[in-house]
Design a protein around this ligand. Structure first.
Ligand SMILES: Cc1cc2nc3c(=O)[nH]c(=O)nc-3n(C[C@H](O)[C@H](O)[C@H](O)COP(=O)(O)OP(=O)(O)OC[C@H]3O[C@@H](n4cnc5c(N)ncnc54)[C@H](O)[C@@H]3O)c2cc1C
Length: 488
């Protein structure tokens, strides 16, 4: 027990910062300035009337915004190093680009694909017609490629397409108006409402086998796509797999100059105070607010805190501790090489016989997931992007490449290592005002899924701050049509 005299002396001491009345009563603090954090800031601002807009603070431990979106420069050209392609039906990303006035570019739909089994190309599409070819020649080329693919994979191609379209149709429900779309408290609710939850319970391989795809299509074409997009095999969960397959469709686009401009622009128009190079080390529940301590010795009192980064490899101390299911991140090593591939490594007679996109099957001795040509300067000088699960040492690169002028390596904690059935961390981490956007990544990791999860978190914050405990049934049942612009 504290002696009475000591207690009265303690009462005379200056009150420590943590117990002062909340100075910034409206502060909403967001940890992470990637697309999820930036989208959260954007939607919070967008759904709140100007007079009641919260003071937003966004903390980013790195000197730049974007997180897993960023470019590298090779020979004066910028190339996407992380998230590169956006699906035409990713409506948030599209709206962001339009709103920010960002120019976009669509990729070529006629990649010259070769599927490599470690010794030979088991399948190849036709090499594309030279640039500037006539419309007719390009059409004919597309048609012949379709015939080639159909000849090898048959009706499985149509079944694969149906599987992806069904997923996309359900995913589009996330863009329904706020009057017909509930605010969700858990990822499970989000997925059950769209009918996508079942896909997270089983592997992609199981789902596609049930959908009637033959084993050749799964072990070749589907595997190539999951290895390129998620660095993993068809043992990933079905939803991540379907999202990955959607990433092989036509009409994919990117922001000219780099997708990182999406989060950068969103943060700007949200009027958020951006704290660059200020990592958050700890988040402490102080009753009505949280104390965030940063790695440069600052403390911030935040009534609402949003964690917009995967918690699996970052070191943030929570007091009291939080409990989330264990999740591993899949590391993808992205290696940019300017130089020239070695045709002997690929067992072909000349370098001009090497496809421009090399996809690989799931076999133990293949050291990379894919190699793609990013830019051709001339016949023996190109920039390539190589994805692999482990670092590619110089010795190995010297076998794969005949010549290397420049090599840039990035080791990304890229996306979750998917394992069906997936377990989801809560969106509300402590039952109070501590939110976690990146729990949704256990369903599928992409720029758009980050934005979809962020929009829900923004709506959840707004409705809970107003004393509305959203519940999926009541929200659906009573046709509550408020929101669009709410006061915090
Ligand atoms: C190689 C690769 C290829 C990909 N390809 C595609 C693709 O083609 N299309 C697609 O849609 N998606 C793709 N993705 C996935 C996509 O990039 C991610 O899903 C998305 O960018 C994640 O955004 P985020 O904001 O949720 O997380 P992040 O981008 O990881 O942002 C989190 C931010 O939080 C910061 N941070 C972490 N801890 C702290 C802390 N303690 N304090 C302060 N800041 C902190 C980090 O520095 C980071 O900037 C790819 C990813 C990789 C790596």
């Amino acid at each position: 027990m504290v002696p009475l005299l000591l207690l009265s002396l303690l009462l005379l001491l200056p009150v420590p910062a943590q117990v002062l009345p909340l100075p910034n009563a409206g502060d909403v603090c967001i940890v992470g300035a990637g697309i999820s954090g930036a989208s959260t800031a954007f939607f919070l601002t967008n759904y709140t009337s100007t007079s009641a807009a919260p003071q937003l603070r966004v903390f980013e431990r790195r000197p730049r915004v974007g997180g897993r979106l960023g470019t590298v420069t090779v020979a004066g050209d910028h190339f996407e190093a992380g998230g590169s392609i956006i699906h035409p039906r990713n409506l948030h990303a599209r709206r962001f680009a339009d709103l920010l006035g960002l120019a976009v570019e669509t990729g070529a739909d006629d990649d010259w694909l070769g599927i490599w089994d470690g010794t030979r190309f088991v399948f190849q599409t036709l090499r594309p017609p030279p640039p500037g070819s006539s419309w007719l020649r390009r059409k004919l080329h597309g048609l012949l490629n379709s015939l080639l693919l159909f000849n090898r994979y048959g009706l499985s191609l149509l079944k694969m397409d149906r599987f992806v379209q069904e997923m996309l149709q359900r995913f589009m429900l996330f863009y329904n108006g706020t009057d017909s779309r509930p605010v969700f408290v858990t990822v499970e609710e989000m997925l059950k409402w769209t009918g996508l939850y079942g896909l997270t319970r089983r592997t992609l391989g199981e789902e596609l086998t049930d959908a009637g795809l033959n084993s050749r299509t799964i072990s070749e074409l589907v595997t190539v796509i999951t290895r390129i997009n998620y660095g993993q095999s068809v043992r990933i969960s079905g939803l991540a797999g379907a999202v990955s397959l959607a990433g092989s469709e036509t009409g994919l686009w990117a922001v000219k100059g780099g997708n990182w401009q999406l989060p950068a622009g969103l943060l700007k128009i949200s009027n958020a105070t951006l704290h660059l190079q200020e990592g958050i080390d700890s988040i402490t529940d102080a009753g009505d607010y949280y104390v965030l301590k940063s790695n440069i010795g600052n403390e911030y009192n935040c009534t609402v805190t949003v964690v917009a980064t995967p918690l699996d490899e970052v070191n943030i101390t929570f007091s009291p501790p939080i409990s989330i299911p264990p999740r591993k991140m899949q590391h993808t090593h992205t290696t940019f090489v300017r130089g020239f591939l070695n045709h002997e490594y690929f067992g072909v007679s000349s370098s001009s016989d090497i496809p421009e996109l090399i996809g690989t099957m799931e076999l133990p001795d293949i050291p990379f997931s894919s190699i793609s040509v990013l830019k051709k300067y001339n016949e023996d000088d190109m920039t390539y992007k190589v994805f692999s699960r482990a670092k590619l040492e110089d010795g190995l690169l010297d076998q794969i490449f005949r010549r290397r002028k420049e090599t840039i390596r990035i080791n990304w904690a890229a996306y979750p290592h998917y394992e069906a059935p997936e377990a989801f961390a809560p969106i509300v981490l402590d039952g109070k005002q501590l939110y976690y956007v990146n729990t949704f990544e256990s369903a599928a990791s992409a720029m758009e899924t980050g934005a979809v999860a962020a929009e829900n978190v923004a709506r959840l914050i707004i409705s809970r701050r107003r004393g509305l405990e959203p519940h999926i049934q009541s929200f659906l049942g009573d046709g509550d049509e408020e929101e669009v612009r709410l006061d915090l």
